[in-house]
Design a protein around this ligand. Structure first.
Ligand code: ZN
Length: 150
């Protein structure tokens, strides 16, 4: 990675960690809490689905710059996606931060999330970057349950 690119990546991550997007709760939404004891990150993720499509995602919590920026950018990436599209994007993101070459449908969808490529050089930070996504998956399951009881 070039020095310029590295700086750009750091700027985007810093910006999102200082001014997280979609930092709020959602009413009548699937929700789950996530916790990364290695770093002390705690997060709650809220997700609304309509007809199997994500209509809104938000989060709250306290964590390091990486987990906060990852959550913030995740919430900006998911609106309009189906559960399957969310899963393939998570797979691609997971490959990206663990240093594997992302494959499959999600690869082309990463967009701005590509700034997290630098995380692979800091294995302890991988859990920070993926915590919001694991929590989102639990929130989606929670939503599924809520829907199935209707
Ligand atoms: Zn962290």
């Amino acid at each position: 990675m070039s020095e310029e690119l590295r700086e750009l990546y750091q700027e985007v991550i810093l910006d999102h960690s200082k001014r997280p997007r979609n930092y709020r709760t959602l009413e009548n939404a699937g929700q789950a809490k996530g916790n990364n004891p290695l770093c002390g990150d705690k997060i709650a993720v809220f997700v609304s689905l309509e007809g199997g499509v994500v209509t809104d995602v938000s989060f709250q919590g306290a964590g390091c710059a990486i987990s906060t920026a990852s959550a913030s950018m995740m919430t900006e990436s998911l609106k309009g996606k189906t559960r399957e599209e969310v899963e393939s994007l998570f797979d691609a993101f997971h490959d990206l931060v663990t240093g594997k070459d992302p494959v499959g449908q999600g690869k082309g969808e990463l967009g701005k999330l590509a700034v997290f490529a630098g995380v692979k050089e800091f294995p302890i930070r991988v859990k920070c970057a993926t915590l919001p996504w694991h929590t989102l998956r639990a929130a989606l399951d929670n939503q599924d349950e809520a829907v199935s009881t209707e």
